[in-house]
Design a protein around this ligand. Structure first.
Ligand code: NAP
Length: 278
């Protein structure tokens, strides 16, 4: 396989983990972000702001583009800037179209909130601006004229993402009734899924336009938190409703049918690895 020039735009937690895997596989990886001193060694930094077209002049060509920027401002303007305007600016600035574009989206595009299963064929009628803007960005990627794949991640957890753990540590868990289903994917599986799809592109095997990337075990939040509490030896003293998107269960059948094997198939495997390293 020839070395590919892979540009990761928004090279943060997931992008950096992906970049390191791609370097390991022999590729030349460039990571675009505003603060490139945060990039791991081996990833070639491009210091640029996706919302500022001036800073995107003189971008080098790439064979594959992964767009995995996250909004740093959590309002409508911030989402539009990061996902729609940023992608549009980048596509206009690239000196030549890449062979393939992967856009990382979110399971936040689903509106379903009654615990039902959702997959790539499910309706998406988000009531929040975040979901609506993400859908708009997905369409921008899919209609860009470049062969494109959208990957919808569910809730990403992993090293350094300690919000849920910290709540459990302070004795808080979600109420058991009504059960609120949450969906997760470990950061290393996010990188693994993207690397897997890139490998398929390079093998010239067909890809679907859309994959929902979430582990095998959607579970009610209270169950996850109670399990963590037991692992940490903590007694739950308070039940507090924790809003984490609509209650739904993400089906990963399509992703697994493409040949992906999860490193952390469920939250127990993923959190055990995190707890072991604390
Ligand atoms: N968190 C979740 O649970 C979740 C769930 C579903 C989907 N996702 C999606 O998964 C993807 C990866 O997320 P992540 O956790 O890796 O995010 P992250 O660690 O926050 O990384 C995002 C990167 O984007 C860069 N960035 C933001 N604005 C930029 C701009 N204007 N110009 C250039 N770079 C910019 C940031 O770097 P600088 O600040 O240095 O520019 C940062 O390195 C994102 O698309 C996110 O929306 C996340």
């Amino acid at each position: 396989m020839h070395t590919q020039r892979i540009l990761i735009a928004g090279c943060g937690d997931v992008g950096s983990a992906l970049g390191l895997e791609l370097i390991e596989a022999g590729h030349f990886v460039q990571g675009l972000r505003r603060t490139i001193n945060q990039l791991p060694a081996g990833i070639h930094g491009i210091a640029a702001d996706l919302t500022d077209p001036q800073s995107l002049r003189e971008l080098p060509p790439c064979d594959l583009l992964v767009y995995c920027t996250a909004a740093s401002q959590h309002d409508e303007a911030g989402y539009r800037a990061a996902y729609v305007d940023g992608l549009s600016n980048l596509l206009q600035a690239l000196p030549a179209p890449p062979r393939h574009l992967i856009f990382t989206s979110s399971s936040g595009v689903y509106h379903q909130a009654d615990g039902r299963w959702v997959d790539e064929a499910s309706a998406t009628e988000p009531d929040r601006f975040s979901g609506r803007i993400m859908l708009e960005a997905e369409q921008l990627a899919l209609n860009s004229g470049i062969p494109a794949t959208v990957v919808r991640f569910s809730g990403i957890y992993g090293p350094g993402r300690n919000h849920l753990l910290n709540q459990v540590r302070s004795g808080i868990a979600a109420p058991a009734e009504p059960p609120h289903y949450g969906n997760r994917i470990h950061r290393d599986d996010c990188a693994g899924v993207l690397a897997h799809l890139i490998a398929r592109v390079l093998e010239e095997r067909p890809l679907e336009p859309l994959y929902l990337a979430s582990d095998d075990a959607p579970a009610p939040l209270h169950e996850v938190m109670e399990w963590l509490a037991a692992e940490l030896g903590i007694t739950i003293g308070e039940r507090r409703s924790i809003r984490r998107g609509g209650s739904k269960r993400c089906r990963n059948t399509r992703l697994k049918a493409s040949g992906y094997r999860f490193r952390y198939p469920d939250y127990k495997a993923g959190y055990r690895a995190i707890l072991d390293h604390l």
